[in-house]
Design a protein. Structure first.
Length: 753
C-alpha cells in the first residue's frame, strides 16, 4: 500500500500561534473563551495545564487573563474586558482580523454586510459582532437574497468556508440587483490549499483519511470535498478510532488533516500504518497560493461606489490590518534582513541571547542564521515545542526566533528552551517581588538556615524564618518542600532570594484563628438554652459524648443520655451518627455548651399508664429490701412497693425472711398512681388465704406471748430492737397507697363473715 500525505497537514499559522501562546503563558487565573481550537485532545491538555475553557465572559473573574482564540470575538467582548480589568491575550488569526476590519469599515459606511459562513460558527459570530450596521449570514447559494435588493452590499467569507460554495453565493448575490456589490474573498489561503489538496488526493486514491476534531468546520469541508471524488472517505478524531483492516487491501490511500489538527495526532495514524508496512509519501504537488480577492461590481445602470474611508475605532480591541495581501509563507521569504549589523567574525558568549532566522529544517532540527551568512544547527531537543515536526518548521522558514548560546566550544550550541526558561524565571521573579507565594525543595543547610534553588536563582531561608519558634535540627528539612514569600533580593554578585516560610504559617494561623473566633461568635449568637439542635457524635469518653453542632463541640453528659441511667455512652449513642439534642446550658465566656439527649425522650413513668392498671398481675425482680417491705423493678425506671404486710398471709418480722435481692416474683397491682409515680404490689393476693387459727395468748412481758408493740408505728427487726419505718415509707403511703390495712397492721384477719 502507498500512503500519500498532504503537504499542508496540521496547524495553520493562526492556530499554531494560538496554541503556542496558550501553552506558554502562566496558567494562574487564565481562561480561554470557547474552545481554543476544534480539537478535543488539545483542549484536554490545556485544561490539565490549568487553563479552563469558559463559554461566557461572565465566568471570568475581574482582573483575570483571557485568551481570545484564533476564531476571534465580537467588539463587545473587548469593551467588556476593558471595563472589568480583564487582561486580553489576543490570538485572533491575522486573516480573521482582516475580515473584521472589512466588516467594521463597511458597517461604518452604512453598507449591508453579507457573511458567507455558518451562523453558529464562532468566527461568524465574532464578525457579526464587529458590524455596526445591518448584516446577514448565508451558508448556501440557495438562500433567499431578495432582502438585499437595492442595497449597497459587502460580501465576505468565513476563513474556512468552501471556496466553491463561496463562488456560487457571490454569483447568486449579483442576480438580486443590489445597488452595489463588493466581494471580498476572505477565505484563508491555507484553507484553499488544503481544499485543493483534498480534491487532488481524493481523485487519485482508493481511500482518504481525514484527521481532525469532530466539531472542526475546516475538517468537515475537507471531508465534503474528498467525498465528491472518492467513495471511501474515513474521518478520524484520533488514532484510537483507526482500523487498518478496513483499508489493508487498497493500493493508494490519501491522508489529509484539518488546520486544527496537531501534528502528533497525524503522526500516530501514520505510525499505525507504518507498522503494517505501508509506504508513506509526502505529496510534492505545488498548489498556487493566491492572495485574498477583492471584487467590486454594480448593475450596468449604476456606478460602483467604493467603500468609504472609515476611521479605525480608538480601542485596543480593534483588529489590526495584517499584510494579508501576501500569503504568510511568501511573506516569510520576503522578510527584511535582520541583524545585518552583526559582524560575521563576532564571537558568541555563553549565556548570550540572540535573534536568529529559520533557514531550513531537517530530521535533526533546524538551521538558523544570526548573521545572514553563518548557519548553526538548533537541535530539535532544544526547540520550544511539544513535538518536533520537520514539515511544520519548514513552513516557518524566514521566521525570527530567540535563542541562547549554551556552549561556544568546540562548537556553538544554541537553545530556544533555555530562553523560555529564563523568561519564565524572570516573570516568576517579578511575581515573587509582587508578593506571590512560591515553593522550593530544601537542598542543604548552613549555620544560619536552609538553602535551596529556584531555577537558576539561589534561595536562602534564615533559621528564624522557617517557622514560629526555635528550630533546633535543620537537617530534617533537607528534601522537604517549603512554601515561601520573598523578604529581599540580594544583588551583590548574582541574584539571591532571601525568603520566609514563617510569615506564611503565621498569617494562615492568624486567619484560621480569626475565622474560628468569627464562627464561634456566630454560633453563640444563634444558640439559647432550650433550643433543640442536631449534632453529630464525634467522640465518646467515660463521662459523656462530644457532639459537633454546626461545627462546635458540645458535651452531652452521660447522666443526660437516658432517664434510666447507662454505664456506657455507646449504649445510647453511636459515633458518627446524628441525633437531636436539647440545649441545657450555654457558657459563652468559657466556650462551653451542655446538651441533653434524654430530655427529648419520654420518661418510663410517662408510658406507665399505657402499660399498667390496678388488678394487673406483673412480674419483676426484687432490687431493694427495707424493713417495711421490698421494692420490685417491673422495668428499667419503674419500681413497685410490696409492703411487708402484702408479702405473706403470715406475720413477718422482716421481709428478708422470705425475699432476697435479685429474686424474681409475681405480684398483683393493688394501687396505681402514675402522677405520683407509685405502684403498690401484693404477693399474698396471688396466694390462697390459710384457714384461721386463733393466735395463742401471750404472757404479759413475754417476748413470745403478747410483747407490747412499739409505739409510733415502730417495728422490731430480727435483733429485737425498735426502728421507725421512716420518711421513705411515709412518702410512699401518703395518700393511702401503702397497701397495708389497719387489720393487717394490728395482726387481725379479714376473714369473710
Amino acid at each position: 500500500m502507498e500512503v500519500f500525505v498532504a503537504k499542508n497537514c496540521g496547524f495553520c499559522e493562526g492556530v499554531r500561534r494560538a496554541v503556542d501562546t496558550a501553552f506558554s503563558v502562566p496558567p494562574e487565573n487564565t481562561f480561554v473563551l470557547g474552545e481554543l481550537i476544534h480539537n478535543g485532545e488539545v483542549v484536554r491538555r490545556l485544561t490539565e495545564r490549568g487553563i479552563p475553557t469558559v463559554e461566557d465572559l461572565s465566568e471570568v473573574p475581574d482582573g483575570a487573563s483571557l485568551i481570545i482564540r484564533s476564531h476571534g470575538v465580537g467588539r463587545e467582548i473587548y469593551t467588556a474586558c476593558e471595563k472589568r480589568g480583564i487582561r486580553v491575550i489576543d490570538c485572533t488569526c491575522s486573516f480573521v482580523r482582516h475580515t473584521q476590519r472589512i466588516v467594521f469599515e463597511a458597517g461604518k459606511a452604512g453598507k449591508t454586510v453579507v457573511i458567507a459562513g455558518h451562523n453558529d460558527h464562532p468566527e461568524v459570530k465574532g464578525l457579526v459582532g464587529w458590524c455596526p450596521s445591518e448584516s446577514y449570514v448565508v451558508s448556501s447559494e440557495e438562500d433567499d437574497f431578495s432582502p438585499l435588493d437595492g442595497k449597497n452590499v459587502v460580501l465576505v467569507s468565513q476563513t474556512t468556508f468552501s471556496e466553491q460554495r463561496f463562488s456560487k453565493i457571490a454569483k447568486n448575490l449579483k442576480n438580486v440587483a443590489p445597488k452595489t456589490v463588493e466581494i471580498f474573498k476572505t477565505i484563508c489561503y491555507t484553507t484553499v490549499c488544503r481544499q485543493k489538496e483534498a480534491d487532488s488526493l481524493a481523485a487519485k486514491c482508493d481511500a482518504v483519511l481525514v484527521i481532525g476534531g469532530a466539531n472542526s468546520s475546516n475538517t468537515a469541508k475537507l471531508c465534503e470535498i474528498a467525498s465528491a471524488k472518492c467513495d471511501r472517505v474515513i474521518r478520524l478524531s484520533s488514532a484510537d478510532g483507526f482500523e487498518y483492516e478496513k483499508i489493508k487491501f487498497l493500493k493508494r490511500v490519501g491522508v489529509i488533516a484539518g488546520a486544527s489538527t496537531p501534528d502528533w495526532l497525524t503522526q500516530e495514524v501514520l505510525f499505525k500504518m507504518a507498522e503494517n508496512n505501508a509506504e508513506v509519501h509526502e505529496t510534492t504537488e505545488v498548489v498556487e497560493e493566491t492572495a485574498p480577492v477583492t471584487e467590486v461590481t454594480a448593475p450596468e445602470t449604476q456606478e460602483a461606489a467604493p467603500v468609504a474611508e472609515a476611521q479605525a475605532p480608538e480601542t485596543h480591541a480593534e483588529p489590526e490590518t495584517p499584510a494579508e495581501e501576501k500569503p504568510v509563507r511568501k511573506q516569510a521569504n520576503l522578510m527584511e534582513k535582520v541583524v545585518e549589523d552583526i559582524d560575521k567574525n563576532e564571537r558568541y558568549k555563553k549565556g548570550q541571547i540572540i535573534s536568529a532566522n529559520i533557514v531550513s529544517a531537517t530530521d535533526e532540527g533546524i538551521y538558523v542564521s544570526a548573521s545572514g551568512k553563518l548557519e548553526i544547527l538548533l537541535a530539535k531537543e532544544e526547540l520550544d515545542c511539544e513535538q518536533y515536526s520537520r514539515e511544520a518548521y519548514a513552513a516557518r522558514v524566514g521566521e525570527e526566533i530567540h535563542v541562547m548560546v549554551v556552549e561556544v566550544s568546540p562548537k556553538v550550541k544554541l537553545s530556544e528552551k533555555a530562553v523560555k526558561k529564563i523568561r519564565e524565571e524572570e516573570a516568576l521573579l517579578k511575581d515573587i517581588e509582587d508578593g506571590k507565594e512560591f515553593s522550593v525543595v530544601c537542598t542543604g543547610t548552613n549555620k544560619g538556615g536552609l538553602t535551596a534553588e529556584l531555577g537558576t536563582y539561589p534561595v536562602f531561608i534564615p533559621a528564624r524564618e522557617i517557622r514560629s519558634g526555635y528550630v533546633r535540627d535543620l537537617e530534617k528539612y533537607k528534601g522537604k518542600t517549603l512554601r515561601l514569600k520573598l523578604l529581599e533580593i540580594r544583588r551583590e554578585r548574582r541574584k539571591e532570594i532571601i525568603a520566609s516560610q514563617r510569615v506564611i504559617l503565621e498569617a494562615e494561623k492568624a486567619e484560621r484563628e480569626a475565622a474560628k473566633a468569627e464562627k464561634e461568635a456566630a454560633f453563640f449568637d444563634s444558640i439559647q438554652v432550650g433550643d433543640v439542635v442536631e449534632g453529630k457524635v464525634e467522640r465518646v469518653t467515660g463521662f459523656g459524648a462530644f457532639v459537633s453542632v454546626n461545627g462546635f463541640d458540645c458535651l452531652a453528659h452521660i447522666s443526660d443520655l437516658s432517664w434510666t441511667g447507662v454505664k456506657e455512652v455507646t449504649e445510647v449513642l453511636e459515633i458518627g451518627k446524628r441525633y437531636q439534642f436539647k440545649v441545657l446550658k450555654v457558657d459563652r465566656e468559657n466556650k462551653k455548651v451542655s446538651i441533653g439527649y434524654k430530655q427529648l425522650q419520654q420518661q418510663p413513668w410517662e408510658l406507665a399508664a399505657e402499660k399498667y392498671a390496678e388488678g394487673d398481675v406483673v412480674h419483676g425482680k426484687v432490687v431493694r429490701i427495707v424493713p417495711f417491705g421490698a421494692f420490685v423493678e417491673l422495668e428499667k425506671g419503674i419500681d413497685g412497693l410490696v409492703h411487708v404486710s402484702q408479702i405473706s398471709h403470715e406475720w413477718l418480722e422482716n421481709p428478708t425472711s422470705v425475699l432476697s435481692i435479685g429474686e424474681e416474683i409475681d405480684a398483683k397491682i393493688i394501687a396505681f398512681n402514675p402522677s405520683e409515680r407509685k405502684i403498690t404490689l401484693s404477693i399474698k393476693a396471688l396466694t390462697p388465704r390459710p384457714e384461721y387459727e386463733p393466735r395463742p395468748e401471750r404472757e404479759e412481758g413475754s417476748q413470745e406471748h403478747g410483747q407490747r408493740r412499739p409505739r409510733k408505728g415502730g417495728r422490731k427487726n430480727n435483733a429485737g430492737s425498735e426502728y421507725e419505718e421512716g420518711e421513705e415509707y411515709r412518702e410512699w403511703t401518703e395518700g393511702g397507697y401503702g397497701g397495708a390495712s389497719i387489720a393487717d397492721l394490728l395482726g387481725g384477719n379479714n376473714e369473710e363473715k
